[in-house]
Design a protein around this ligand. Structure first.
Ligand code: S3P
Length: 437
């Protein structure tokens, strides 16, 4: 079925206040760890994106019981512990790299489990060597299709390792930590830059024996086999979803948008530093902590004179998922912006370097592809119709939508419903702010 979106120039400002839906990364962790507390707890404000629901469905197959109290709040009952199925069980991770990689770590350490991880077309192309290798060092038994899905796992007792992660990847780090949570001894991960630390924060919140810090080996995280303490968990709003509205506020003439309840954890908030660099009018208010995650409200105002910006090095893991929409911001800047050191963009839901460069070229934007990023020259006006392929990549679809608001001509965004992967409420919120009026 075709689900293409026909876009139109946004004539009027976008304005008002929205509450951003819950964080996808934190929801995955909350669903995973709530399944391990051997008790009944409440998990408040879960992401209803398809990715997170995959994780929930997988734990249902392991005997975890869920009772929704309202749309996003649920009681998770894991009192009986995980019930390991007798037969080989297939777990379908859909589009979710986080589900596949994190659960592969945990399940490798579950004695007696025999399971196969599968996923959709996009996930089946994504590299899994990054987790197969370190988990293999721990003794995990994982068969793969040339380091891609399907992954066939035989769970067993593992040995602790110290792993020097070549890249700052939260999925790799979390996969090893979840295996380490169930492994005697000290499991340690070192990473060159600090990737998002939601796993560490939630593990500590639930009483796991975990230590984090920085030394001559880089950022480290050590975990010992631990029993978790049952505690209710609440999830902050997703800064990666918020990013689309932040950029809309900055580029659509005379707009002013307030986005409430946004997680601004330092390891995720790289976009805020880019907004400072680009001298965008914005304000952060009402800072508070929710289940130990820094949270706030953000107001962004239209900024006619957006400065070009540079993003590289340690900043990259702090905004890796926001790069598609920051590329749109770069199109609106007065000057040339450079994004580099981001090779891993090629391994996301699509090859985001190639897909973004192709899309911008089709709109006559002056863009140069780099091996590890791109150089974008800002353009005064976008006035070109185009058909943009999303490659079923949710973040591309929403980024192209943001760009369409300032395009004088109509665009078609293909397979737009792939946004349901992370953000089913996206269009509803855009309409609440006056989109289409
Ligand atoms: C995620 C980590 C990031 C990010 C992904 C979600 C996570 O990947 O791109 O969307 O929840 O751990 P890497 O840190 O592995 O690059």
């Amino acid at each position: 079925m075709e689900n293409n979106l026909k876009t139109a120039f946004q004539k009027n400002p976008l304005s008002g206040e929205i509450t951003i839906p819950p964080d996808k990364s934190i929801t995955h962790r909350a669903l995973i760890l709530s399944a391990l507390v051997k008790s009944e707890i409440e998990v408040k404000n879960i992401s209803l994106g398809e990715d997170c629901l995959r994780t929930l469905e997988i734990f249902k197959k392991l005997g975890i019981n869920y009772r929704f109290l309202s749309k996003r709040n649920l009681i998770v009952n894991s009192s009986k512990g995980l019930i390991i199925p007798k037969e080989n069980t297939v777990f379908d991770c859909g589009n979710s790299g986080t589900a596949a990689r994190l659960l592969c770590g945990l399940f490798s350490s579950l004695e007696g489990i025999n399971c196969t991880f599968i996923g959709d077309e996009s996930l089946s192309k994504r590299p899994m060597k990054r987790i197969i290798e370190p988990l293999g060092l721990m003794g995990a038994e994982i068969k793969s299709n040339d380091n891609k899905l399907p992954l066939i796992i035989k769970g067993k007792k593992l040995n602790p390792v110290e792993y020097n992660s070549p890249n700052a990847s939260a999925q790799v780090k979390s996969s090893i930590l979840l295996a380490g949570l169930n492994t005697k001894g000290i499991t340690r991960v070192n990473e060159p830059y600090l990737s998002r630390n939601h796993s560490e924060i939630m593990l500590e919140y639930l009483g796991a024996d975990i230590k984090t810090g920085k030394d001559e080996k880089g950022y480290f995280c050590e975990i010992k086999k631990s029993e978790l303490t049952p505690k209710n968990i609440e999830i902050s709003g997703d800064i990666s979803s918020c990013a689309f509205f932040m950029v809309m506020g900055a580029i659509v003439e005379n707009s002013k948008i307030t986005i409430k309840n946004v997680g601004i954890n330092q390891t995720r908030a790289g976009i805020i530093d880019v907004f400072k660099q680009a001298q965008i009018n914005f304000e952060i208010k009402n800072k508070r902590k929710i289940s130990n995650e820094e949270t706030a409200d953000i107001t962004v105002e239209y900024t006619p004179d957006i400065k070009p910006f540079k993003i590289n090095g340690a900043q990259i893991p702090r905004l890796i998922d926001e790069i598609p929409v920051l590329a749109i911001l770069a199109v609106c800047a007065k000057g040339t912006s450079i994004i580099s050191d981001a090779f891993d963009l090629r391994n996301k839901e699509s090859d985001r370097i190639k897909t973004i460069v192709d899309a911008l070229k089709s709109l006559d934007v002056d863009v140069k592809e780099l091996e590890d990023g791109f150089i974008i020259k800002g353009k005064d006006k976008i006035d070109k119709s185009a058909v943009l392929e999303t490659h079923l990549d949710h973040r591309l679809a929403m980024s192209y939508f943001v760009l369409s608001l300032i395009n004088k001509k109509e665009m078609i965004i293909k397979d737009f419903d792939c946004i349901n992967t992370s953000f089913p409420e996206f269009m509803e919120l855009a309409k609440d702010l006056g989109y289409g009026k």
